[in-house]
Design a protein. Structure first.
Length: 447
């Protein structure tokens, strides 16, 4: 406890870090406040059917990512997922379209252009999702004995408000990245997840309290199992495979360089939580298509993929995670560049020729360690389905692995890593007595 108080004092002493933390808190409060501002013309008391709809299934995840704004018919109801979907498309284009590949190689100017394209695509996705949300909202209000205001003008203005709300959330995320602490977009998602946790655990505790046959013992077992899954998720995020690198001796003037052995830490899960976020965004696409279709066959197909406890949903979700893990690892880890850097610094892997052979060796190692890492990531991602089958409350089950837990673990570790780096730069003790906090990657964030 004394160590914790001393660390908080040290954080407060660093003006830059203190300002960043307070700025982050301010933006988070603005985001949470906006999550409760209901769309103009909507009766908040008539949202009972919408809240019931988002209590389970795929819409429960969408509601969690928006911090409850989806169920509140808030101006932030569409959340940050349209921006993530646009980011996926742009990153896929960098692999297939030469024009985007060229922009990616242009450095900072190319990154700004790609960000601009991502924003334009986000607006297009929002224009499609806005009417879909209003159609679903109309159906849910009708079940509660209420109705949406009629007319084209209401639909137009509500769609524009929903689009503006999501773009404002994206702007908040960018401001957190620039002026606050941690990665803003990931932090926005984290806040939405944490906002749902207290209510979920209280509901689970209340339901177990009413069980006659050892309900509290079951609740205690669930908490222990949750802690085990969290520990496994941390190991997945931080796990590495060390590759030895020998640096040859060289003499420059009167000084000797090299002659030492170091290690390259290749992460078992170099993609972090991004494959799950990507796969989850893809799984939301059928919801958008269903909103514009009256086809019974399409709606029945969508119904299968709205059941996040069903076999086909989790099977496809797991396959997408494995595929996106390889994809994201391929665009973030460049074995050829690593081999060239080693060769330039007179480094080599013992038993492997420098240059092309080294690049092939590193690529082979990454492929080998990525496979078990991606499978384990997929298993953790579908864990909530098994938790639900064991009778755990749907809302609480979402924290037994899945997108929510891995995002929570990854973003918290990244944020703590940034705080620790500020402390160590000013010659203060870090957050831990020994060792350093490892984020998902060396300084890289989710977006």
């Amino acid at each position: 406890m004394k160590k914790l108080i001393e660390t908080i004092k040290n954080i407060w002493k660093i003006e830059d870090l203190r300002t960043r933390l307070l700025t982050t808190i301010l933006f988070v409060l603005i985001y949470r406040f906006g999550s409760f501002i209901v769309l103009p013309g909507i009766d908040p008391t008539a949202l009972t059917a919408l809240k019931a709809q988002t209590s389970g299934g795929l819409l429960a995840l969408l509601n969690m990512f928006s911090g409850g704004a989806f169920a509140n018919a808030s101006v932030f109801a569409l959340g940050i997922m349209p921006y993530i979907s646009a980011s996926i498309v742009i990153q896929l284009l960098t692999m297939a379209v030469p024009h985007f590949q060229k922009m990616q190689r242009e450095g900072e100017s190319g990154r700004r252009k790609m960000n601009q394209y991502t924003r334009y695509l986000t607006v297009i996705i929002l224009i499609l999702q806005g009417p879909t949300y209003l159609i679903n909202l109309s159906v849910q209000l009708a079940q509660a004995g209420s109705a949406l205001p009629s007319g084209f003008w209401f639909s137009l203005t509500s769609t524009l408000i929903l689009c503006g709300g999501s773009m404002f959330v994206m702007w908040l995320g960018e401001r957190i990245t620039d002026k606050g602490i941690g990665n803003g977009i990931s932090f926005i998602i984290l806040v939405g997840i944490i906002a749902r946790f207290p209510g979920a655990i209280i509901k689970e505790f209340a339901s177990r309290l009413g069980d006659a046959g050892g309900g509290l013992v079951m609740f205690l077992g669930e908490i222990i199992f949750l802690l085990i899954v969290i520990a496994a998720s941390i190991m997945l995020v931080q796990g590495t495979r060390k590759i030895p690198v020998q640096y040859a001796k060289r003499v420059v003037g009167n000084k000797q360089y090299g002659g030492v052995r170091q290690y390259i830490p290749l992460k078992i899960n170099a993609a972090g939580v991004m494959p799950i976020i990507f796969a989850q965004a893809i799984m939301f696409i059928p919801l958008t298509l269903a909103g514009f279709s009256q086809s019974e066959s399409l709606n029945s197909f969508v119904g299968v993929f709205m059941n996040n406890n069903g076999f086909w949903y989790n099977f496809v979700f797991g396959l997408l995670i494995v595929a996106f893990t390889y994809f994201y690892t391929a665009i973030t880890i460049n074995p050829t560049q690593m081999a060239d850097d080693m060769k330039r610094n007179n480094g080599f892997i013992p038993g492997v020729k420098p240059g092309k052979k080294t690049a092939e060796y590193l690529d082979e190692i990454m492929s080998r360690i990525t496979l078990p890492g991606s499978i384990f990531l997929a298993i953790v991602a579908v864990m909530p389905a098994f938790a639900s089958l064991l009778g755990i409350n749907q809302e609480f089950a979402q924290f037994f692995g899945g997108t929510s837990l891995l995002i929570l673990v990854g973003v918290v570790l990244d944020t703590l890593q940034q705080i620790e780096s500020h402390l160590l730069m000013r010659h203060y003790d870090g957050l831990l007595k020994s060792g350093k906090i490892k984020g998902r990657s060396s300084g890289a964030s989710a977006y």
